[in-house]
Ligand binder design. Sequence first.
Ligand SMILES: Nc1nc2c(ncn2[C@@H]2O[C@H](COP(=O)(O)OP(=O)(O)O)[C@@H](O)[C@H]2O)c(=O)[nH]1
Ligand SMILES: [Mg+2]
Length: 333
Amino acid sequence: MNGRRDLVAEFRSGNVRGLARAITLVEQRDPSARRLLTALGGELRRPRVVGFTGAPGTGKSTLVDALVALLRRRDRTVAVIAVDPNSPYSGGAILGDRIRMQGHALDPGVYIRSMGARGHLGGLSVATREAVRLLGAFGFQHVILETVGVGQSELEVAAIADSTAVVLTPGSGDGVQMIKAGIMEIADVFVVNKADLPGAQRTVQEVRNLLSLGPKLEWRPPIVTTVAATGEGVEELLEAFERHREHLERSGEGRRRAEARLKDEAADLVAEWARAEARRLLDEDRELAARLLRDRVPYAAADEILTRRLTPGAVDRSSPPAGRGEEARPERS
Ligand SMILES: Nc1nc2c(ncn2[C@@H]2O[C@H](COP(=O)(O)OP(=O)(O)O)[C@@H](O)[C@H]2O)c(=O)[nH]1
Ligand SMILES: [Mg+2]
């Protein structure tokens, strides 16, 4: 129940607990997080953000761990967020990852946590973007996003990151799956990890063939082979990210993506708010609910909610209007 000043002061003090609390508030979609982000407005520095996606077990966490170690050897600070849309749990890393990442546990230049969905439909990508913003404001130079679960998170992480690596392993033969899932499009870099296992070169060739089927783009995603377990190839991976970053700057694609990200985020915030408001009105306004049930189709009710609530300033007007349902939680404290 700390007030806004405390939260801002705690965050600015550089204490990692302030950062952790702020990210938890963001994750809970607590309005005080938005007030913190607004207060930090002038201090927001965009960190370099890379994302890792790929099937479970391909070695993403091991790779991320090796990349963190490399960045630390170069005196860069780095935060890792494990994004798990299927998990209601959060606040700590998945057990296996936590054990692996323990080498960095006492290093203040490294921050690691996972973020789960906590039942907020669509809220995870809004929350992840805000967490990235907080990490940048806190001073982290790099942020690494790792997808934990499978599903939507691949595309969401790719939409947030500057550069996205798709991690494959030898013999996984999932080329067709990748095309189906739209994974080819989101890869800025391909990683064939576990190159110590047989078949790595064949997998590289498969990806090369798949790429040659696609449109000729200005940026041809490089294919980097790694052995995450020993750190082999991780320097090359970092170089590939750097080259992609230079391409983004040179081509104007980086600016285009940054603009798209902001538009996405604004639209997501409106959608998130509107959905919560609509649910609240439908739960609280008995007449509205009765009419909806009588209509048997939702269109008139949806229209009415829009005309009642979609007025200028509504997004910031967090006090609930007339009709006090017991479920209504005051958003202002
Ligand atoms: N042989 C081999 N095994 C690896 C390599 N990288 C990771 N692994 C192993 O693959 C398993 C899954 O790794 P993990 O990083 O948890 O995969 P994630 O689910 O994609 O995060 C673990 O047992 C790792 O030790 C590698 O380069 N070679
Ligand atoms: Mg993992």
